[in-house]
Write a protein that binds this ligand. Structure first.
Ligand code: DX5
Ligand code: ZN
Length: 224
């Protein structure tokens, strides 16, 4: 096994599963508990059947957390809002290819804003969706569930896709990060790691746990 698998996974708690009435404390708690990134799920009730929050909330949390803000946009169109999320303090801005007609242009716009661009692959979206834009992609986020809700079960069909993406990235010689989102538990984390992911989004598995530090340590150790 390569060195990649001997390193602990980076855990990115999704605030979707946090107590929204105490978001500042929740965010500070997961930072203290060993989270590597903070995952922020933005939903518009149109691209996905749920509504969460927009750039104002991202901006309000920014002063209270030092973690990289990993902003997952489940909105269509996304392009008109990229600058607002960049200004709000996003570090990574992740878009779905289905959210607009010109993925390459969206990624260029994110990079021009000085942020790390990412592409999100829905369960039915093939890895070929990113193959010809890899020069503009810092993170590929593979959905383990259909986007829109936390607490769903991981789709095993995505494991060979993660492995194929790992091969694509390794063959390209790039250090693009593979992140997986949805259905991550202590049972699925090691399998996702073994397939080649290094960053795991976890909503329910962190914010639903009694001890955030123990939960993050258990998820992170899963691929060692
Ligand atoms: C789903 C979101 C996920 C979600 C994951 O649309 O993108 O980030 O919060 O939730 P869990 O970890 O509970 O599956
Ligand atoms: Zn997400």
């Amino acid at each position: 096994m390569s060195e990649r698998f001997s390193r602990p996974a980076v855990i990115a708690p999704s605030i979707l599963a946090a107590d929204f009435s105490r978001l500042r404390e929740e965010v500070q708690a997961v930072e203290a508990a060993g989270a590597g990134w903070l995952h922020l799920d933005v939903m518009d009730g149109h691209f996905v059947p749920n509504i969460t929050f927009g750039p104002a909330l991202v901006a309000s949390l920014r002063p209270h957390c030092r973690l990289p803000f990993d902003v997952h946009l489940m909105i269509a169109p996304a392009d008109p809002y990229l600058k607002a999320f960049a200004d709000a303090g996003a570090d990574h801005i992740l878009v779905h290819p289905e959210s607009g007609p010109h993925l390459h242009r969206s990624l260029q716009a994110i990079r021009a804003l000085g942020k790390k661009p990412g592409v999100v692959l829905n369960p039915a979206t093939p890895i070929e969706a990113v193959a010809w834009v890899m020069d503009l992609v810092d993170v590929v986020l593979v959905m383990g569930v259909n986007p829109g809700f936390g607490g769903q079960s991981f789709l095993d069909s995505q494991l060979p896709k993660i492995a194929a993406l790992r091969q694509l990235i390794d063959a390209s010689g790039r250090d693009t990060v593979i992140e997986v989102d949805g259905g991550i538990t202590t049972a699925t984390a090691p399998r996702v790691r073994a397939a080649g992911a290094s960053v795991l989004v976890a909503g329910t598995a962190v914010f639903g746990a009694p001890d955030y530090a123990a939960a993050i340590a258990a998820l992170s150790a899963g691929g060692a």
